[in-house]
Design a protein around this ligand. Structure first.
Ligand code: SF4
Ligand code: SF4
Length: 429
């Protein structure tokens, strides 16, 4: 009874902390502007199924894709076992589903064990790839300190949690062979390799190991679930809504600014004359996170920090300061800062300037390579364009050469310094 009570308190405690954190993240995303979703709903669901659920874009690089798929499938499927842990913890039962599922139970357990081993090996591979092979995209400037620690923590914790499951099952199987109350699970292939390590132990010690592994695994899972909300691992949830709201327009399509379009139309006499009083135009572009769309802020929470965007970015590859991954990480950091501070958006800081510099956004060629590369349909270019609009239209702070180009477009309808009437001079001779 005491164990059940402790378990209920632990479960409630973690549920409360996770719910509080989810509310905070929702509040952060709602800082952004609400923009209408255009396009076909069926295409959006197709994207969710193929790209978020099926990980289609990951399979451009086959080895990491397969290993990542094991971790992902392991996460989804092994967590079904957590349901049994929770029922056992609250009801004081042991392997609640075993009698109900009969012969299916050992099959399921063997599938879970296969996935546990696959997750464990995949995590070891990814740790080696990050820390020993030192793949450059995991060692760039923005991947120091917390992001590197975060990635390594996730992989290490997953290895420990999978080891706990296998240890628990091995001890459990030895106990089943003795005259104990332990429910028969049938033979479990992978954990049976660990059984020789436990066979000579006293029954009391074995029960202690089995129970300790059980508690370690379930508390570890609950702790991990809370940790995920602070980590880049949040993409396992956010990838789904993010692929749903991702833009469906062809890459390269840049949204017009309605206020400017209206202004140009009225200058050309093309706009209908409005009889309503003029409204405040608001800010052109984005200076801070509240000027960005909610989709962009959600994308910041969906970013996996994989760096595929940065590794394809021509500006980054030619030594410029721009990294599209950093644009997403900075956006998330700024949202986190705003939702955690008392002052909120009035803390005297902003995304542009305090996190992202003009040098970074000016280096972007708008090529969309980052958008194409992203496995979860994130669009760092949307944020860059909005920040640049702010710099150009609110601060007139674009580089001098750009300003003269803007001036030429305005007066000559072309980037060059010739009057439109001189355009065919070259043909005169
Ligand atoms: S659109 Fe900009 S940020 Fe993205 S890859 Fe091209 S240059 Fe880099
Ligand atoms: S924006 Fe996409 S490609 Fe870039 S780091 Fe994030 S998840 Fe990876």
């Amino acid at each position: 009874m005491i164990q059940q009570l402790i378990f209920a308190i632990v479960l409630l405690g973690f549920s409360f902390l996770i719910a509080r954190r989810v509310r905070l993240i929702k509040k952060g995303i709602e800082l952004g502007r609400q923009t209408p979703l255009t396009g076909d709903t069926a295409t959006r669901w197709k994207n969710v199924l193929l790209i978020a659920f099926g990980q289609k874009k990951m399979f451009k690089r086959i080895v990491p894709a397969v290993l990542h798929f094991f971790i992902y499938a392991g996460f989804l499927i092994i967590n079904l076992e957590v349901l049994e842990f929770i029922i056992d913890g609250l009801a004081g039962t042991h392997r609640f589903f075993a009698p109900w599922l009969g012969q299916v139970y050992p099959v399921l357990m063997n599938v879970f064990e296969f996935l546990a081993v696959a997750v464990l090996l995949s995590c070891v591979f990814f740790l080696i790839r990050r820390n020993i092979l030192k793949i450059p995209r995991f060692w760039s400037a923005e991947m120091k300190a917390w992001p590197r620690l975060d990635a390594n923590t996730i992989l290490t914790v997953e290895i420990i949690l999978m080891t706990a499951i296998l240890t628990m099952n091995a001890a459990d199987q030895v106990l089943q062979l003795r005259d104990t109350h332990y429910t028969t699970t049938g033979s479990l292939f992978f954990s049976s390799f660990l059984m020789p390590a436990f066979e000579n132990l006293e029954t009391g010690t074995l029960i202690f190991i089995e129970r300790a592994a059980w508690w370690f695994h379930i508390v570890g899972i609950l702790g991990f679930a809370l940790y995920v909300t602070y980590s880049k691992h949040l993409h396992i949830f956010m990838a789904f809504p993010n692929t749903y709201v991702a833009r469906l327009e062809p890459k390269g399509y840049i949204n017009n600014m309605p206020v400017v379009t209206q202004e140009v139309k009225s200058m050309l006499g093309l706009a209908e004359v409005s009889t309503s009083p003029p409204t405040e135009p608001g800010r052109f572009g984005a200076k801070d996170v509240n000027d960005l769309s909610r989709a962009s802020l959600m994308a910041a929470f969906a970013c996996t920090e994989c760096g595929r965007c940065t590794s394809e970015c021509p500006a980054n590859l030619t030594g410029k300061k721009l990294s599209p991954r950093k644009i997403m990480m900075d956006t998330r950091d700024r949202v986190e800062e705003v939702i955690k501070s008392q002052a909120g958006l009035n803390d005297g800081k902003s995304l542009l300037g305090d996190y992202i510099t003009k040098e970074e956004i000016n280096a972007c060629t708008s090529c969309n390579a980052c958008v194409e590369a992203c496995p979860v349909m994130i669009n760092p270019l949307d944020i860059i364009i909005e920040l640049r609009r702010y710099v150009a239209m609110e601060e007139s702070g674009s580089p001098a050469s750009w300003n003269s180009m803007f001036q030429n477009i305005e007066t000559n309808f072309a980037p060059w310094k010739f009057a439109p009437s001189d355009r065919f001079n070259w043909a005169k001779e």
